[in-house]
Design a protein around this ligand. Sequence first.
Ligand code: SF4
Length: 160
Amino acid sequence: MTEPAENVGPGSIAAAAFAELRAIYEALDAEVARRAPVCLLSGRCCRFEEYGHTLFVSRLEAELLVDQAPAPSRPLDDGRTCPWQDAHGRCTARAGRPLGCRAYFCDPAYEPIAYEVSEPFIGRLKELGRNLGIPWDYRPLHQHLGRLREEGRLDVEIVS
Ligand code: SF4
C-alpha cells in the first residue's frame, strides 16, 4: 500500500507514485507486445478529431506526462491534436505517454481486443489513485493540459 499523496497539485506527486505508475505502464507495454498489434506509424492515433476519437487520461497520468515530456512540438488546442506529436506524426513524449496511447492501435485485427487488453490496467490505475488519495478525474487530455498550464507547470502556446 502506498502512502497517501496529500495535496495533489504542483510538485506534490511523490516519486514513488510515478514509479508505481511506470510499473503499470511497463506491464501494459508487455501485454500489448504479447498481442503484437501492427503499427504503421501513420500517426492517426494522435490526430484525435480527424480520426474521431478522444484521449481520456486520469490526473496522475497527466502529471507524469507533463513531468517527463520535452517541450511540446505544437500548440495546445481544444482536443483536436496532441501537443507532443511532431511534424512527422511521431510522439515526442513516449516515456511518459498515457495508458490510452500505449493501448490504442489502429490495426483492425487488434481493435476488437483493445478493450480487453486495457481494462485491467485501467482498474490498476484506479486502485493506485485510491491508495494515493488522488482523484480519478478522468477527462480529455487537453483539459488536464489546460489546467496544468494555468498552474504554470506546462509551457505551451494555446490555439483556438
Ligand atoms: S502523448 Fe504521444 S502517443 Fe500520446 S497522443 Fe500525444 S503524441 Fe500521441
